[in-house]
Ligand binder design. Structure first.
Ligand code: ZN
Length: 137
């Protein structure tokens, strides 16, 4: 049911300050930057071969990314697993006793539908299920 690791989400205080490391030092291609209102973040996607890196900058103090940075500092926030038929996957996860943060998918960056699994059910990793419909990359 999991197609691949789609991307790795990294919480940063400032895209402006962090992006040069990725684009100039690591020389990764910047795919795009967009604001995702539902998560109160501004995200930048970079291509790293088959996998993308998603940098998340909070746009509000009550953003979950702002809270994450406050508690744990900048760093790896989540791993996104590419799936098809996300609503069915959510139901399947719940049937298997996995606690979902999102009981229904919600809009993510890049036109994706996403849903987070609770780290208590996944040995401490925040996993995002991510379905892209007709989107490239
Ligand atoms: Zn993500």
């Amino acid at each position: 049911m999991i197609k691949k690791v789609d991307h790795i989400g990294i919480a940063v205080k400032s895209l402006e300050e962090t992006l040069p490391f990725y684009t100039d030092v690591l020389k990764l291609e910047l795919i795009g930057i967009e604001e995702v209102d539902s998560q109160k973040v501004k995200v930048a996607f970079l291509r790293a071969g088959e996998i993308k890196i998603e940098l998340l900058e909070p746009t509000a103090e009550n953003s979950s990314i702002a809270k994450f940075i406050e508690k744990r500092g900048e760093g790896i926030h989540h791993v996104a697993l590419g799936v098809e038929s996300i609503e069915e996957r959510i139901i399947e996860m719940k049937e298997k006793g996995i606690n979902m943060i999102d009981n229904e998918s919600r809009p993510g960056a890049g036109g994706a539908q996403i849903a987070f699994m609770h780290p208590k059910s996944t040995a401490g990793v925040l996993y995002e299920l991510c379905e892209k419909k007709g989107m490239k990359g």
